[in-house]
Design a protein around this ligand. Structure first.
Ligand code: F6R
Length: 613
C-alpha cells in the first residue's frame, strides 16, 4: 500500500520517478506526488488522482534535477486530495518526505509539535514525521540522517520513508519498519523503491533494508546503514529476481486478464522441479529441513488474508484428507489479536502473494514468539514474509500486478497440494497406487486449465447476464466451498456487484430467503463425494425460481438439466478441482467488471500489498 520511489545520481530524476510510480501504481492510486531537489531548493508537485494526472500536472512545471522522491498513495488518514498527497514539506521548505505505513502515535506527536509552533497543512499521520525531523534537527543541531534516526526512535507504527533535503542535494535518506524498502545500485547512482518493479529497468543489484534500519545514499559513497539504535550494519547486494517482460501487459487489455491466461504456465512453474512424474516423486526443496516438524506437528495453523486465506481453506482439506493432521485456518488479522493458543509443536503456515501483508507478518511474529515453527508460501521472492519465516516454498507464479488476485491463488493451491502429497507419501498415509494417481492428475492440471480458458466466450455470455444484477450467490461444498468464497470475492471487488459465498447446504439456514427470479446463483457442482447433495441444493434454489449457473464436470447431465447456464471443467481428482473451478469464476468476474465499465486493474478503494493493518 502506497508506493515510494527515490533516485539520486547523474540522470534526470523525474522520468525515473514517474516510471517507477507507474510500475507501483497497483499499491495505491488515490494521489501522486514528486519532490525534486534543484540548486539548493526543493520543488514539490502533487495532486489528487492517478500517476497519469501527476504527469499531466507536471507538464508546465520545473521538474529538472538529479535527486528526487515520488509517491503514489492509498489513503489511510485523510481523504484523497491534493493537500494530503505526499511528499510533505518541512515548515522551512528545506526537507521533503514520502511515507508508506501508519504512524500510530501521530496525534500525541502532533499536539507536542503544535505547541512548538508547527502548523499542519494536511490530515495525514505522515505530516508529523516531517515536522518531528525538522524539530529534532533544529533543536539538537544534528545532520539530517541523525535527525531522522532520533526522530524515528520516538515513533510508534510502521514506515518506509525517503527524505531529501536542499542542504544535502545529492543524498537520499531511507528508513524502514514494517513497510518494504529496496535499495538498487547503479553506476554512481542509487535507486530506492517499495518493490523491485520500480527498479528492474535500471538494476538488478539490490539490498533489502531490514526493520528499524536507516540508510544514507550518496553517489560516490558506499551504502551506509545503521539501526535506529545507532549500530552500524553491513549489507551485501543480492540479485533481484524479476524481468521487465513480466511487468508488461503483453497485448492484453488488462493485467488481470493476462494473469488469468498465464495460469497454465504459472501452475506449471509452481510444480517445476517439485513434481517428478517419472519417479512419482513430489518434493519441496524449501521445506526439506522442516519435513519432520510437519510430519510430527500437533497441529497445522494456516494464517493469511483475502484470497490467500481462501487458498488456506483449500489447504485445510488437503492436509486433513491426506495427512490426518488437524488444521486450523485463520484470518491473520483476527489471529494476531485474539490471544490464540499456539503450541511449540504447532507448524504455522503463512500464505501471502505479496509477502508484505501487515496482518500476516504480525501473525508470523506472534507465532514465532510462542515457539512455533513458521513456514511461508509466498510469491514475491525476498519479500518480508519470505524473510521472516523459518523456511518456505515460493509459488513462482511471476509478478501479479492486477489488484484482484488470480494466478497467485491457483499457484498457492498447487503448492499446498504438492506439500500435502509429499508429506502424505512420507507419512505413508496413502497407498502408493492412490499417490501415483494423484501425482498424475496434478501433472495434467496446466493443460486442463488451458482447456477451460477456451470457454471464455461462454463465460462472457454469462457475464452479460450477471452484469445487470445487484447481487449474486456462490455455493460450493467441501473443497469447493473456498472456491465459492473466492468467486464471490472476485466479483464484488472488481465489478462492485454484491456477492456472497456460502457452503451450499448452509443456504437453507438463512440465505435461501434471498432467492427469487432475480438472484443469480453460481453453483460449483463438480464430481465429488457431495455431488448428490449439491444436486439437492440446486433443486432447492430452482424451486424458488433462482437462476442457476453451474460449474460441472464434463459429461454431466443431471446438473446441466437443472441449470440456466453451464460451464464444464475436465475430470480430475476431487482434491485438485479448486484449481480448475476457480478459473471460470475469475473470467466471470473479469468480464462482468469490464461490462460494468469498471477499472478492472485498479478497483476503487483497493490496493495491492496491504502493508497497513
Ligand atoms: C483479492 C486480493 C486480496 C489479497 C489479500 C492478501 O483479490 O488480492 O484479498 O489476497 O490482500 O494479500 P497477500 O496474498 O499479498 O498477503
Amino acid at each position: 500500500m502506497c508506493g515510494i520511489v527515490g533516485y539520486v545520481g547523474n540522470k534526470e530524476a523525474f522520468p525515473v520517478l514517474i516510471k517507477g510510480l507507474y510500475r507501483m501504481e497497483y499499491r495505491g492510486y488515490d494521489s501522486a506526488g514528486v519532490a525534486i531537489v534543484k540548486e539548493n531548493e526543493i520543488n514539490i508537485h502533487k495532486c489528487h488522482g492517478r500517476v497519469s494526472d501527476l504527469e499531466e500536472f507536471c507538464k508546465d512545471k520545473d521538474v529538472t534535477g538529479t535527486c528526487g522522491i515520488a509517491h503514489t498513495r492509498w489513503a489511510t488518514h485523510g481523504e484523497p486530495n491534493d493537500q494530503n498527497a505526499h511528499p510533505h514539506f518541512s515548515s522551512d521548505k528545506k526537507i521533503a518526505l514520502i511515507h508508506n505505513g501508519i504512524i500510530e502515535n501521530h496525534l500525541t506527536l502532533k499536539v507536542a509539535l503544535e505547541k512548538n509552533g508547527y502548523i499542519f497543512n494536511s490530515e495525514t499521520d505522515t505530516e508529523v514525521l516531517i515536522h518531528l525531523i525538522e524539530d529534532v534537527k533544529k533543536n539538537e543541531n544534528l545532520p539530517l540522517a541523525e535527525a531522522v534516526r532520533v526522530a524515528l526512535s520516538q515513533v510508534v507504527g510502521t514506515y518506509g520513508i525517503i527524505v531529501v533535503s536542499s542542504d544535502e542535494p545529492d543524498t537520499l535518506i531511507v528508513a524502514k519498519k514494517g513497510s518494504p524498502v529496496i535499495i538498487g545500485f547503479g553506476k554512481n547512482e542509487y535507486y530506492v523503491a517499495s518493490d523491485g518493479a520500480a527498479l528492474i529497468e535500471y538494476t538488478n543489484k539490490v539490498v533489502y533494508l531490514n526493520d528499524e534500519e536507516i540508510a544514507v545514499l550518496t553517489p560516490g559513497n558506499d551504502l551506509q546503514v545503521k539501526t535506529i539504535k545507532n549500530k552500524k550494519v553491513s549489507h551485501y547486494a543480492e540479485k533481484l529476481q524479476l524481468s521487465l517482460e513480466e511487468l508488461e501487459k503483453g497485448g492484453y487489455p488488462h493485467f488481470m486478464l493476462k494473469e488469468i491466461y498465464e495460469q497454465p504456465r504459472s501452475i506449471a512453474d509452481s510444480m517445476r522441479g517439485r513434481l517428478n512424474l517419472k519417479k512419482d516423486v513430489v518434493s519441496l526443496g524449501g521445506i526439506v529441513e522442516y519435513e519432520d516438524r510437519l510430519l510430527n506437528a500437533r497441529r497445522i495453523v494456516i494464517v493469511a488474508c483475502g484470497t490467500s486465506y481462501h487458498a488456506g481453506l483449500v489447504g485445510e482439506h488437503l492436509f486433513e484428507d491426506l495427512l490426518r493432521i488437524p488444521v486450523e485456518v485463520e484470518y491473520a488479522s483476527e489471529f494476531r489479536y485474539r490471544n490464540p493458543v499456539i503450541y511449540e509443536d504447532d507448524v504455522v503456515i503463512a500464505i501471502s502473494q505479496s509477502g508484505e501483508t501487515a496482518d500476516t507478518l504480525a501473525a508470523i511474529e506472534l507465532s514465532k514468539k510462542k515457539g512455533a515453527t513458521v513456514l511461508g508460501i509466498c510469491n514475491v521472492v525476498g519479500s518480508s514474509i519470505a524473510r521472516a519465516t523459518d523456511a518456505g516454498s515460493y509459488t513462482h507464479a511471476g509478478p501479479e500486478i492486477g489488484v484482484a488476485s488470480t494466478k497467485a491463488f491457483t499457484a498457492q493451491v498447487t503448492v499446498l497440494a504438492l506439500m500435502a502429497l509429499c508429506l502424505a507419501d512420507k507419512k505413508k498415509k496413502i497407498p502408493k497406487k492412490q499417490y501415483v494417481r494423484m501425482v498424475e492428475a496434478l501433472e495434467k492440471i496446466p493443460d486442463q486449465v488451458k482447456q477451460i480458458l477456451q470457454s471464455d466466450e461462454k463465460v462472457k455470455e454469462i457475464a452479460s447476464y450477471i452484469k445487470d444484477h445487484t447481487n449474486a450467490l456462490y455455493l460450493g461444498r467441501n473443497y469447493n466451498y473456498p472456491v465459492a468464497l473466492e468467486g464471490a470475492l472476485k466479483l464484488k471487488e472488481i465489478s462492485y456487484i454484491h456477492a456472497e459465498g456460502y457452503p451450499a447446504a448452509e443456504m437453507k439456514h438463512g440465505p435461501i430467503a434471498l432467492i427469487d427470479e432475480n438472484m443469480p446463483v453460481i453453483v460449483i457442482a463438480v464430481n465429488s463425494a457431495t455431488y448428490e447433495k449439491v444436486v439437492s441444493n440446486i433443486q432447492e434454489v430452482k424451486a424458488r425460481k433462482g437462476k442457476i449457473i453451474s460449474i460441472v464436470t464434463e459429461g454431466d447431465k443431471d446438473v446441466a438439466a437443472l441449470s440456466d447456464y453451464v460451464i464444464e471443467i475436465p475430470k480430475t481428482e476431487e482434491l485438485f478441482t479448486p484449481i480448475l473451478t476457480s478459473i471460470p469464476l475469475q473470467l466471470l468476474a473479469y468480464h462482468a467488471a469490464v461490462m460494468c465499465g469498471r477499472d478492472v486493474d485498479r478497483p476503487r478503494n483497493l490496493a495491492k500489498s496491504v502493508t497497513v493493518e
